[in-house]
Design a protein around this ligand. Structure first.
Ligand code: PTJ
Length: 254
């Protein structure tokens, strides 16, 4: 099955497309097998949220765009799931916000690093960081700590979609502003974030790009007030309410 063979009219189109892309990512050596498990966990939360961008997530996506536009050196961290699900979309987000892309893996191997860098280049990326690995995130064990000194090492704002909790916390402790995209509002990553986006990466990344384009001509004062008004705890609480109230599951029912 290819992307084009899933009928768009299918009520679970997006979910089937996502599964297909992740499977293909594993076949290509981009996504780890653990990525399949992570995807399953994410899907369960997405189902409960109604497989839609809830209003609080849309707000967070706008705030993320404002942070990226204000940043001196924004970097988007790309792992095996992100590369499989939204390769072209992260390239577009990088272009819209002048952010670097850096491959940073939980299960790091040279083969996966190279496969992901090549995959991003095929989707239009010019410069992809991550292979130099001459910087370290303090407080993490060896492989997960590897970053480029002039990439995530130097960044003031980092977007970390589908992150594992330890690394999200360690990046936060380095004083970087962290935007986390994670469908689980209870995860340590979401809780460590300055801007937690509780939404599927497949919807969140293009929506941050759209907000960034919309805010491209905004002055610093406007961007700073968007950032200042954001309440991360309230965003997490709103997502948890949406899940507990069950409105979402009705919307996604099939
Ligand atoms: O490619 P690697 O080696 O860097 O590994 C990447 C994974 C994702 C396997 C690794 O970071 C991992 O094991 O992550 P966790 O601890 O399973 O956390 C993944 C989080 O992402 C979970 O909280 C899921 O709910 C969430 N998630 C899964 N799929 C999506 C998602 N969030 C947004 N969009 C998704 N499509």
């Amino acid at each position: 099955m290819t992307d084009g063979e899933i009928p768009e009219s299918h009520p679970r189109y997006e979910s089937l497309l996502t599964r297909h892309r992740i499977e293909e990512g594993v076949d290509k050596g981009i996504t780890s097998r653990q990525g399949l498990i992570a995807q399953g966990r994410g899907e369960a939360f997405d189902y409960l949220l109604g497989e839609r961008t809830i209003p609080s997530a849309d707000d967070a996506e706008r705030v993320a765009a404002a942070h990226l536009l204000l940043a001196e050196h924004p970097v988007i961290s790309v792992n095996g799931n992100v590369a499989a699900l939204v390769p072209g979309e992260v390239v577009e987000l990088g272009e819209a916000t002048s952010a670097d892309l850096e491959v940073n893996l939980f299960n790091r191997t040279d083969e996966r690093m190279t496969a992901i860098v090549d995959h991003l280049r095929e989707h239009g990326a010019e410069d992809v960081k991550g292979l130099t690995a001459d910087g370290r995130i303090p407080g993490l064990d060896h492989e997960r700590a590897k970053v480029d000194a002039d990439g995530i090492g130097d960044a003031d704002v980092v977007v970390v979609p589908l992150e594992d909790g330890d690394r999200a916390e360690a990046l936060g402790e380095m004083g970087k502003t962290e935007v986390v995209i994670d469908l689980n509002p209870l995860s340590r990553s979401a809780r460590a974030a300055d801007v937690p986006i509780v939404d599927n990466v497949i919807r969140a990344v293009p929506n941050v790009t759209e907000h960034a384009r919309d805010l491209a001509d905004a002055d610093r004062e406007t961007l700073e007030s968007i950032v200042a008004e954001f309440d991360a705890d309230e965003a997490l609480a709103a997502a948890e309410r949406a899940i507990r109230d069950g409105d979402g599951a009705d919307a996604a029912e099939d």
